[in-house]
Design a protein around this ligand. Structure first.
Ligand SMILES: C[S@@+](CC[C@H](N)C(=O)[O-])C[C@H]1O[C@@H](n2cnc3c(N)ncnc32)[C@H](O)[C@@H]1O
Length: 389
């Protein structure tokens, strides 16, 4: 494994549509040679930056370290290459491990099967050399490997994050269809909000978007509540370097504006409040039980983000109704706010009845979504309903 000063390439994975946001986060952390890829950003790192990236990045799902690249066009070649690589650099008989596969290739069919081939090659190499093999643990392995195949280019990467970075550690429960924390952080960043105005989510569910916003505004690193990162189990783990990274004095910022989440469901708000408490954000975020119709936004303007119930993830008979309900509320009560709607329903979002000033395409996992911005002026009430986008 690398020494502290050695530089190497890292790959930070994210959702499609958040690559630019992640690249900016990396540049802010001081990363160099930052290059955007599909659902990923590549950058040059040393060990300290790798620890820092895992601890500070809000819009990365995983940070991976490529360790071995080769070409293969069938399973036998894949097995042979993986068998011949010296795995004792990263594993021992006592380490548990797991292999995940990501595939974009005409030469291979099943990502699980190719991952299994690599796992067999590693286990066989150890058995051959030592008579013993490391155990596979898919739930909580010591070392997580990622096999990436594009065409006949195969790369095996070490997962420095371990569990996905969206698992911040504050969410003990989610209400129906909670949004992924990484996506929620990406939404907040895309709105351009920097804690300098009010921030609202009147259909907040388990509160993910407002909690990510509050963490950002208060300058709380997303890794603060995590119990562990993958690199802590690596043979070259440097606890004092890691302590320097996590113990760094960060000025926690006061939030001088309102951050409010509200939902019609008392059950959702109960969960949101519990999550806020877990994240020590309960004094920074206010939660209300209210329908969007009854919700009264604070004066002074700001940002409102709404993630309405929609088809794929919540059984909802009338998405058009929800989108026009949101539009009516925006026009009637939110003058001075910039509103953003995240919707998985490309037709229904046309029924907001306001002309979008920005239209972004994002992915909530495999689900294609629209993230549209609407500027609400006092004259917006007069805008024609069902504006076709
Ligand atoms: C897609 S979920 C939001 C998920 C949320 N972003 C999260 O991360 O948990 C939509 C939410 O809208 C709420 N909702 C439905 N109708 C509502 C209404 N009329 N007023 C306010 N909230 C409503 C639901 O209770 C649900 O929690």
């Amino acid at each position: 494994m690398s020494t502290d000063k050695e530089n190497f390439e890292l790959v930070a994975k994210t959702f499609r549509g958040l690559e630019e946001v992640l690249a900016s986060e990396l540049r802010e952390l001081g990363a160099e040679n930052v290059k955007i890829r599909k659902r990923a950003v590549v950058f040059e790192s040393d060990k300290e930056l790798m620890y820092r990236a895992n601890f500070h990045l809000r819009t990365a799902l995983r940070v991976l370290k490529p360790v071995f690249s080769f070409r293969a066009r069938d399973e036998d070649q894949l097995y042979k290459e993986a068998y011949e690589f010296d795995w004792t650099k990263f594993l021992s008989n006592k380490t548990t491990f797991a292999v995940d596969g990501v595939l974009n290739s005409p030469y291979f069919n099943h990502s699980q099967y190719i991952a299994l081939k690599v796992k067999d090659a590693i286990a066989d190499q150890f058995r051959e050399r030592t008579g013993l093999r490391p155990s596979v643990d898919t739930g909580s392995p010591d070392v997580r490997l990622n096999l990436h195949i594009s065409g006949d280019n195969c790369t095996i990467l070490l997962d420095s994050s371990g569990e996905s970075l969206h698992k911040r550690g504050y969410r003990t429960a989610g209400y129906t269809a909670p949004i992924n924390e990484v996506l929620a952080a990406g939404l907040v960043k895309l709105t351009g909000w920097r804690g300098e105005s009010n921030f609202l989510d009147p259909m907040c569910g388990s509160g993910t978007i407002v909690l990510e916003a509050a963490m950002m505004a208060a300058n709380i690193p997303p890794g603060l509540y995590r119990k562990e990162f993958g690199f802590e189990k690596w043979g070259d783990f440097d606890p004092s370097l890691y302590e320097n990274v996590t113990g760094e004095e960060l000025p926690e910022r006061d939030i001088n504006y309102k951050i409010i989440g509200s939902d019609i469901s008392p059950g959702a708000v109960k969960i949101a409040r519990a999550n806020a408490k877990n994240a020590f954000l309960h004094r920074k975020v206010e939660f209300r039980i209210s329908s969007i119709d009854d919700f009264v936004p604070p004066e002074g303007g700001g940002i409102v983000v709404v993630n309405p119930p929609y088809g794929e993830r919540i059984k909802n008979n009338d998405p058009v109704f929800f989108h026009s309900l949101i539009g009516d509320n925006l026009k009637n009560k939110y003058a001075g706010y910039r509103a953003w709607i995240l919707s998985g329903n490309t037709d229904a979002i046309k029924h907001v009845g306001l002309k979008p000033s920005k239209k972004l395409v994002l992915y909530n996992g495999p689900l294609e979504c629209r993230f549209h911005e609407f500027e609400v002026y006092s004259g917006s009430k007069k805008q024609k309903k069902n504006y076709k986008t």
